[in-house]
Design a protein around this ligand. Structure first.
Ligand code: ADP
Ligand code: MG
Length: 762
């Protein structure tokens, strides 16, 4: 170690020489000048002193003030200056992979280096990092995984958690928490009054226009039909099909109340009439197109940033704009997109200034709200909605609907317009709707299903789940926690004592809902992965089967042709296979149109399949794809068993009467199927059970996406077949069987299952 110490000292002095050489070069001085103009730079000494004197420091400051690019650099530079450079190891987490990559590139270039010298990055499946890398930007997920294997973060000297949501760590290291929004005090009191540094910033004034002003200014008239274009239509179908989530419906009703109470009497009758046609469920691509061309024709130079809800909207809107005579003309408009999965070549373009006379228009998700700063923005269009996603796309609950953002998000979006000169912000909704927004967005811990979180707590060995969560910054409801724990026990991820089972360990390695993770795992074990990847991907995106209100019957019949075996999941597999075939002849879009399928969902399934496959490779469950498919891959009984394994305990019994059948679950009694389920059209189901993906309570309880399964499949695959708590599990399964069938038969089944389990264990 004495030798090691010497080597490190020598490397430290090399690092210092290199840093000084850059700072003294012409380019280096120019760069420093730029950096010194950032508000964060003025607080440099305060920040460094606070970090020296405290274990935990909280820093807040407006987006663009230099938190992400400067503060990690301050620490690095001061360590290098004091010839300790090679001894420090700074990790800075970013909520998204795209920001980790773009920020590390930026910081490396501010230091006159290439990536992989003193600055590097690491995101899942990708990274650049060298021997001398002392400052590493990574995603939160990467840090969490590192914590799994290395609880003390050996060798790490500073952890900077950027864009904090909820995190609790107590290690012997410096922890710096940063955020643009103002909830900082909450964190300070959580960390026993850790010091709180605010970086005062400034932006130029931004003029705010709400829908009423936009209509007045541009002369645009809203009608019911010009809000619903092809894409809007698709969205509308989707909206009408899904029961609103609770929180969303609360907000929507407050929006509707606000509209009802709104008083537009200051505006002309035309505008009042136009406003009364405004459709809160529709983002209004036509209006956006009109407004963008208005800005191009009438406004001063400056880039435009358009906040959309997600990449599917962004790509649809981009298609539409590209067909426009002005907006689609590359000599006048540079049309770019900014979202979590963009390529890095595209990413660079966003920061570049376009040629003279060309206007840059960037269509973005809320990633440009706080994580990515585009400097030359003067105009912001805000659709007012976001998909409440977080971290990477895989963590989403399936089929998230766009919902209204909070006031804080709106202010952030507006602020993007005033970075370099006074700006304009156009909100595509009336003022009264803004007034009805909530102040802050709910923290993720209160929004996400707790099951994955509970597994994570267990794998980080943080002790009892309920106790840990009760100490969280904003604790979820006790009942919700208990439900999640109970569920994890039933599916065999936790044993009776709340310890992770083998299955549970594997599930923590897959960042998807446990039920989907279970299907992937069994699919891999049974060499039947191909269809399972499609099913799991299909359950993670918007329902690919569209049901337009006016063509409901046609659409449902179209879905039926994919179904021969009483399974919505198998119908999806066939629809996808058909699309894949059609894509070979470049006829994928026609195929979707004919069959009432969403081409976007199909594409999303395609890329998610790849994601899931690489995740499985990470876990070591498979080594190559070829080995995970077999002749029996498409055996429908096998797939049925895997679906059952994943969806249990989502089961209901099928009771036939003369003409049709009725359904019952243990908890709810009678339940119904959604009309677009292939099983809803049948008069008989040749199996006694349905497993289902999701149930939604509207007036009655409705089941979405179901697959019929036999007694033996339920018996063998319902619940866990790992070596969890066999007796406890059998009791549970026995409960189901006894509830629905004669006790003698149930007993017989159970003894079979017991034999089976013993067989497996030996
Ligand atoms: P914060 O984290 O406080 O939101 P950043 O550290 O990300 O701010 O950015 C500070 C400033 O650095 C931005 O306002 C912008 O001027 C500049 N900047 C950041 N990233 C880039 C980039 N990739 N290219 C050019 N300038 C950048
Ligand atoms: Mg930042």
């Amino acid at each position: 170690t004495a030798v090691m110490e010497k080597i490190l000292l020598r490397r430290s002095s090399l690092l210092r020489d290199q840093q000084q050489a850059w700072q003294e070069s012409l380019e280096g001085r120019e760069m420093l000048e730029f950096r010194q103009s950032l508000p964060a730079y003025k607080e440099k000494d305060t920040i460094l002193t606070a970090i020296l004197q405290n274990q935990v420091v909280i820093i807040s400051g407006e987006t663009g003030c230099g938190k992400t690019t400067q503060i990690p650099q301050f620490i690095l530079e001061s360590e290098i200056d004091s010839a300790r450079g090679a001894f420090c190891s700074i990790i800075c987490t970013q909520p998204r992979r795209i920001s980790a990559i773009s920020v590390s590139e930026r910081v490396a270039s501010e230091r006159g280096e290439k990536l992989g010298e003193s600055v590097g990055y690491k995101v899942r499946l990708e990274g650049i990092k060298g021997r001398d890398t002392r400052l590493l930007f990574c995603t939160t997920g990467i840090l969490l995984r590192r914590l799994l294997v290395d609880r003390n973060l050996k060798g790490v000297t500073h952890v900077i958690v950027d864009e904090i949501h909820e995190r609790g760590m107590n290690e012997e290291l410096k922890l710096i928490l940063m955020s643009a929004t103002l909830d900082a005090e909450l964190f300070s009191s959580y960390f026993d009054g850790a010091p709180l540094i605010h970086i005062p910033g400034f932006t130029y004034p931004v003029r705010t226009h709400f829908l009423e002003n936009i209509l007045e200014m541009t002369g645009y008239r809203l009608t019911p039909s010009n809000q619903i274009d092809d894409y809007g239509q698709e969205r509308m179908w989707k909206m009408s099909k899904q029961a609103p989530r609770k929180r969303k419906s609360q907000i929507v009703s407050s929006v509707e109340d606000a509209l009802r109470a709104a008083d537009f009497k200051d505006f002309s009758p035309q505008i009042q009439e136009s406003l009364s046609c405004w459709n809160p469920d529709c983002i209004g691509f036509n209006l956006i197109e009109y407004l963008l061309s208005y800005i191009c024709e009438n406004e001063r130079p400056g880039a435009v940033l358009v906040f959309m809800t997600g990449w599917d909207d962004i790509s649809s809107l981009k298609d539409k704009l590209q067909a426009h005579p002005v907006l689609g003309d590359p000599s006048r408009v540079l049309l770019l997109t900014c979202h979590g999965s963009m390529a890095s070549s595209e990413q660079k373009l966003i920061f570049e200034e376009p040629e003279d006379g060309v206007r840059k228009i960037v269509l973005t998700t809320n990633i440009a709200e706080t994580s990515i700063t585009i400097n030359d923005v003067v105009f912001v269009l805000d659709c007012g909605k976001a998909k409440e996603t977080s971290y990477d796309a895989l963590n989403n609950t399936p089929c998230l609907l766009p919902s209204w953002v909070s006031k804080v998000s709106t202010q952030q979006r507006r602020g993007r317009a005033g970075r370099v000169q006074p700006g304009e912000c156009y909100h595509l909704y009336p003022r009264c709707v803004y007034d009805a927004f909530t102040e802050y967005q709910l923290p993720e811990i209160l929004r996400t299903p707790l099951q994955s979180l509970c597994l994570q707590i267990k794998s980080l060995k943080l002790g009892s789940i309920s106790e840990f969560l009760s100490r969280a910054l904003q604790s979820p409801k006790l009942l919700a926690v208990q439900n999640a724990i109970e569920y994890l026990k039933v599916i065999g991820a936790l044993d009776e004592n709340e310890n992770l089972t083998v299955l549970g360990c594997y599930l923590t390695m897959l960042p998807v809902e446990p039920k989907l993770g279970k299907m992937l795992i069994l699919g891999a074990i049974l060499n039947c992965l191909d269809p399972v990847l499609t099913i799991v991907a299909g359950l993670s995106v918007r329902d690919p089967f569209l049901t337009p209100l006016d063509k409901k019957d046609l659409a449902e019949t179209a879905k039926l042709q994919f179904s021969h075996d009483h399974s919505d999941h198998l119908a999806l597999v066939r629809a996808y296979e058909g699309w894949k075939e059609a894509e070979k002849d470049l006829a994928g879009y026609d195929y979707c149109w004919k069959n009432f399928l969403s081409a976007q969902s199909m594409k999303a399934i395609d890329s998610l399949r790849e994601e899931f496959l690489s995740l499985l490779k990470d876990t070591g469950l498979i080594d190559g794809y070829a080995t995970s498919c077999n002749d029996w891959s498409y055996d429908q009984h096998l797939i049925r068993a895997i679906i059952c394994y994943g969806l249990y305990p989502g089961i209901c019994s099928v009771v036939h009467n003369e003409k049709s059948f009725s359904l019952k679950t243990m908890e709810d009694g009678p339940v119904l199927l959604y009309s677009n389920s292939v099983n809803a059209r049948e008069s008989r189901i040749p199996y006694p059970w349905l497993v289902f993906n999701e149930k939604i309570k509207v007036n009655s309880v409705f089941l979405r996406d179901s697959t019929a399964v036999s007694d033996s499949v339920l018996l063998l695959f319902g619940g866990s077949i790992s070596r969890g708590d066999v007796d406890g599990h059998l009791k549970m399964l026995g409960g189901y069987l006894e509830f629905f069938m004669q006790p003698a038969i149930a007993e017989k089944y159970l003894s079979l299952r017991r034999e089976f389990d013993e067989l497996i264990q030996n």
